[in-house]
Design a protein around this ligand. Structure first.
Ligand code: NAI
Length: 467
């Protein structure tokens, strides 16, 4: 017998599960299908959440080992218990997974565990453990996310050559960790293992780290990471990796040609990006079309070319971020329920959870220059911020970019302590079309880290108070 719903979310990551909860709140009859044992998707199981758990725990180790003494707190001995640290990570993840189950029950979302595939434009079959179930809905939403990109010549075995998933569960600290890719995953997971004692070398194709991040911020970030012991080889292309002895031999060459080199690693982490995941989904049976980059093609209301079939999150265009995906899911459900809603793509914040954190919203200086936008920049360093001094966390700065004519804030970039929290003030300013002068005139409590934004906004007018 075919089960009938108003909406079915295919995929239970941040896009699918948040959409399902919102659909339930709106009184829609909703099911969410996922083939994993728990809902939450890549973000909760093997992405954002476990990596943040390990980043938090490992930062505490560094704090105890290296920084408490300068605050007059003397700790007799500090030791790593990796097993316990991993258990803490598992506890965080499983607690949040149970939270989703609770929210599904509360909002009458039917959770279906099993692999879904289209068998027509308006129906799917789910291969569940209890047998095949056929489901149909007025609105079918593809929220199947993304998968790791594999580099030719580098075969991930999740033992010695790992993806981000494997790097979240290593059983011991590698002596030498080599990472391919200086993107966000490379820097975050590199930070975890560096703090736990690994020697970390990152091989990056471009001549800079973190493509897309404001170049001045990326340069400062690289310097701070180098001070913390990271080694970078920029402008090199990894061409292969093979097991050698107990470890891995990684072959790379200068990007623009030249002699091949080899570097030995105990563990190799491949972190060269993600791509949309649609394998086995039966898109042909539904007639859903992809765009030129293998993503599901959608219009501004998330509609595919097939009436009644939509797509959201990592599987479509745009930044691959959990919060972007869940905003799209919530907005789509509201649109389906007849509520006017849209995603403001100009004000989606991005955060790199290293120490210090890097956070930004809006345009970089490079983008403004490329589009010939006249702008004024104001900058303020954390070492002139009282609270940062008390925290002995003075690396980094905040930068506000404002339109030269209108003073409207076009981009804000922060590298420093709590940057990921500070940035949300800038997000709110930009969402309301605020000017740098507004930001400068709003009272910021003293002494707080947030004062760097006020000062950077004042610096746009050339009159910071604190430097
Ligand atoms: P990425 O696309 O951010 O970075 C991959 C890097 O690998 C690039 O710098 C690229 O130039 C380099 N690369 C590619 N081929 C190479 C080769 N053969 N040799 C050397 N270098 C090579 O991808 P990443 O870090 O894997 O992250 C995947 C996705 O997950 C991204 O979209 C990212 O935004 C997202 N993510 C977001 C997080 C956050 O918001 N905090 C955390 C982790 C991931």
């Amino acid at each position: 017998m075919t089960e009938t719903y108003d909406v079915i979310l295919i995929g239970g990551g941040p896009a699918g599960y948040q959409a399902a909860i919102r659909a339930g709140q709106l009184g829609l009859k909703v099911a969410c299908v996922d083939d994993n044992l728990s809902f939450g998707g890549t973000c909760l199981r093997v992405g954002c959440i476990p990596s943040k758990a390990l980043l938090e725990s490992s930062e505490r180790l560094v704090l105890a080992r290296e920084h408490l003494a300068e605050h007059g707190v003397e700790v007799a001995s500090v030791a790593l218990n990796l097993e316990k640290m991993m258990a803490q990570k598992v506890k965080v993840v499983s607690g949040l997974a149970q939270g989703i189950e609770y929210l599904f029950r509360k909002n009458k979302v039917v959770g279906v565990k099993g692999r879904a595939r289209f068998v027509g434009p308006d129906r799917i079959v789910v291969a569940a453990t209890e047998g095949e179930r056929e489901l149909t809905a007025k609105h079918l939403v593809i929220a199947t996310g993304s998968e790791i990109i594999n580099l030719p010549g580098v075969t991930v075995d999740e033992a010695r050559i790992v993806s981000s998933s494997g790097a979240l569960s290593l059983e011991r600290v590698p002596g030498r960790l080599v990472i391919i890719g200086a993107g966000i995953i490379g820097l975050e997971l590199g930070s975890v293992w560096r703090r736990l004692g690994a020697e970390v070398t990152i091989l990056e194709y471009l001549d800079r780290i973190t493509p897309g991040v404001d170049a001045e911020v990326a340069k400062t970030h690289q310097k701070i990471l180098e001070k913390d012991g990271f080694k970078f080889r920029l402008g090199v292309k990894v061409v292969g990796a093979r097991h050698a002895g107990e470890g891995v031999a990684v072959q790379f060459q200068p990007r623009d040609g030249g002699a091949e080199e080899t570097i030995e690693a105990d563990i190799l982490l491949s972190a060269v990006g993600r791509r949309p995941f649609t394998e086995g989904l039966g898109l042909d049976a539904a007639g859903v079309q992809l765009d030129e980059r293998g993503r599901i093609a959608v219009d501004e209301r998330f509609r595919t070319n097939v009436p009644g079939v939509y797509a959201i999150g990592d599987v479509i265009r745009g930044a691959r971020l959990g919060h972007k995906a869940s905003e799209e899911g919530v907005v789509l459900m509201e649109q389906l329920a007849g509520i006017g809603a849209s995603v403001d793509y100009e004000t989606i914040p991005s955060i790199i959870y290293t120490a210090p954190e890097v956070a930004w919203v809006g345009r970089t200086e490079e983008e403004l220059k490329a589009h010939s936008v006249a702008y004024r920049a104001g900058k303020f360093p954390f070492n002139a911020n009282a609270r940062a001094r008390a925290q002995t966390a003075t690396d980094g700065f905040a930068k506000v970019l404002a339109d030269a004519k209108t003073d409207r804030v076009l981009g804000v970039h922060v590298i420093g302590p709590n940057a990921g929290t500070i940035i949300h003030e800038a997000v709110a300013f930009m969402a309301f079309g605020g000017a740098a002068e507004d930001m400068a005139r709003v009272t910021h409590a003293h002494p707080t880290l947030s004062e760097v934004l006020k000062e950077a906004a004042l610096a746009v007018e050339g009159r910071p108070l604190g430097i």
